[in-house]
Design a protein around this ligand. Structure first.
Ligand SMILES: [Zn+2]
Ligand SMILES: [Zn+2]
Length: 196
C-alpha cells in the first residue's frame, strides 16, 4: 500500500502532495553537506531540520509524483553556487520545498522529511523506508556502520538510486523535472562560498 504525503508550508499558503510513496518509490538519505546545511540555515530552519550531525533527512522522489496544489506564486528558488543544486522554498514563510538539479537529465526532487506530513505527523519509516546511507558527514567510526555512514552503505544506495533515476526518466519524469509549476521561476543566485 502506498501513501500520499502532504507538503504544507508553515503559514499554509503553499500546499502540495507527494503521491504513491512506499519504501520502494523513494530513496532516503541523510546529507550533511554544507550546501544542505546552508539551505536550511538561510531559511532559519536548522533547529527543526538538522540532526545532531548537521544532517538533513531527505527522500528523493520522481518529480512526476509531486503536485503543487496551492501557492504557486509563493515559490522561490535559491542557489548557492553557479552550478549548484536548485533549492526551492516558499517566499511566504521560508519553508524549504525540495532540492533539484538544474537539468532535466537528472530528474529527481529531494524533499526534507521534516516538511512532509502523513495523516498525523512526519512520515514513519514504514512509509518512506529506513535511512539507506549518511553522506558528507563525519561520524564516529564506532557508530558509522550502525548509522549506515560507510562506503558499504553508500555504494548500494548510489546503485539503487541510479536505477530509480533511470526508471523515472524512462517514464517521462524529466519532462516535469522542475515541478509542474506554471509560474515563472525566480532564481536568486547567492554565491556564499564553495559547496563540496
Ligand atoms: Zn508559507
Ligand atoms: Zn547535501
Amino acid at each position: 500500500m502506498s501513501t500520499d504525503l502532504r507538503f504544507v508550508c508553515s503559514c499554509g499558503a503553499v500546499t502540495g502532495v507527494l503521491r504513491g510513496v512506499t519504501p520502494k518509490t523513494v530513496n532516503r538519505v541523510i546529507c550533511s553537506c554544507s550546501g544542505c546545511q546552508r539551505y536550511v540555515r538561510a531559511l532559519g530552519r536548522d533547529e527543526a531540520l538538522l540532526d545532531e550531525h548537521d544532517g538533513t533527512d531527505i527522500i528523493q522522489a520522481s518529480p512526476a509524483s509531486f503536485e503543487l496544489k496551492t501557492g504557486h506564486e509563493q515559490v522561490a528558488c535559491l542557489r548557492q553556487t553557479r552550478k549548484g543544486a536548485l533549492r526551492w522554498y516558499t517566499r511566504c514563510c521560508g519553508t524549504p520545498i525540495a532540492n533539484t538539479m538544474d537539468t532535466p537529465g537528472v530528474p529527481f526532487m529531494g524533499f526534507l522529511v521534516g516538511t512532509l506530513r502523513d495523516a498525523g505527523g512526519p512520515p514513519s519509516s514504514d512509509v518512506i523506508g529506513p535511512v539507506l546511507a549518511r553522506i558528507n558527514g563525519s561520524y564516529d567510526p564506532a557508530d558509522a556502520k550502525r548509522l549506515r555512514a560507510t562506503t558499504g552503505a553508500l555504494v548500494p544506495m548510489l546503485f539503487r538510486f541510479s536505477r530509480m533515476l533511470l526508471g523515472w526518466r524512462l517514464r517521462g519524469a524529466h519532462k516535469r523535472w522542475a515541478l509542474d509549476w506554471q509560474t515563472p521561476i525566480e532564481r536568486e543566485v547567492q554565491i556564499t562560498g564553495a559547496v563540496p
